[in-house]
Design a protein around this ligand. Structure first.
Ligand SMILES: O=C(O)[C@H](O)[C@@H](O)[C@H](O)[C@H](O)COP(=O)(O)O
Length: 240
């Protein structure tokens, strides 16, 4: 399957569509495998998605069979306002009273390098030694065309291993722990959640410009089912 663009007039419609997609996949995989594995995105865009899932889908998804991971994390305490884990805890895990044993936070208390190694072991254990294959990976997009913590001109962009890497990102002046592109691309389904005119340039770079992964890292993301959930402002620079 190729890339599917789901473009809506407003961010509210984008979020509603992705929430339904999430719910449909959850039901499908829970019915098939008795579990649904999802890697969440950080940043601010997913907050409203989480809140929508925790409210509109509280009673329609068997949340006790959903297992949560993080496509990337900042090297800060899990209580820090910059923590992707804390954002998800506040907007999704706490409202839904998710069993903490079903949430795999990056153990940043170990330090970035050790946290990446520990996370890799967690994935090996969870996926019984097989290459981690998430049912769904949700991604955001930075206005500089990064996704997860795959930032322009960083060493992780050419890492061909399906793994978790820790690296210092000069652009944000902090260590990050991130899935590599091959690990993301192993997923059954990948969904970009991007809204707002500020992302329009980056969306065009990723979807229409010539291949240049150092400048536009999100071009690395490929998959069997790769879907973009966009509002019209974010899609505003695409060829009509
Ligand atoms: O840890 C992170 O920051 C995210 O994983 C990152 O890749 C994010 O998705 C983009 O930076 C977009 O962030 P916004 O949604 O806040 O624009």
């Amino acid at each position: 399957m190729g890339v599917k663009l789901n473009i809506y007039k407003t961010d509210t419609e984008v979020l509603a569509s992705l929430a339904k997609y999430f719910a449909d996949l959850a039901k499908k995989y829970i019915a098939a495998n008795d579990r649904f594995t999802v890697a969440l995105s950080g940043g601010s865009s997913p907050k409203k998605l989480h809140e929508l899932l925790a409210s509109e889908y509280r009673d329609t998804i068997d949340w006790d069979k959903v297992y949560f991971f993080f496509g990337d994390e900042r090297d800060v305490p899990l209580t820090d306002s910059q923590s992707n884990y804390l954002m998800a805890k506040q907007t999704l895990f706490d409202p839904l009273e998710i069993d903490p044993s079903h949430v795999f936070a990056v153990q940043t208390n170990l330090g970035a390098e050790e946290a990446a190694k520990a996370y890799t072991l967690n994935l090996i254990n969870f996926f019984d030694g097989h290459n981690a294959c998430f049912d769904l990976v949700i991604l955001g997009l930075g206005d500089n065309s990064h996704t997860a913590s795959l930032f322009p001109h960083t060493s992780v962009l050419t890492d061909e291993s399906a793994s978790i890497q820790a690296l210092y990102i000069d652009e944000v002046k902090m260590n990050r722990i991130t899935f590599t592109a091959p690990l993301i691309n192993n997923a059954h389904h990948i969904a970009f959640l991007v809204y707002g005119a500020g992302k329009a340039e980056a969306v065009k770079h990723i979807l229409e410009d010539n291949k240049n992964i150092q400048e536009y890292p999100a071009q690395l993301i490929k998959g069997n089912d790769l879907q973009w959930f966009l509002d019209e402002p974010a899609a505003g620079k695409l060829e009509k």
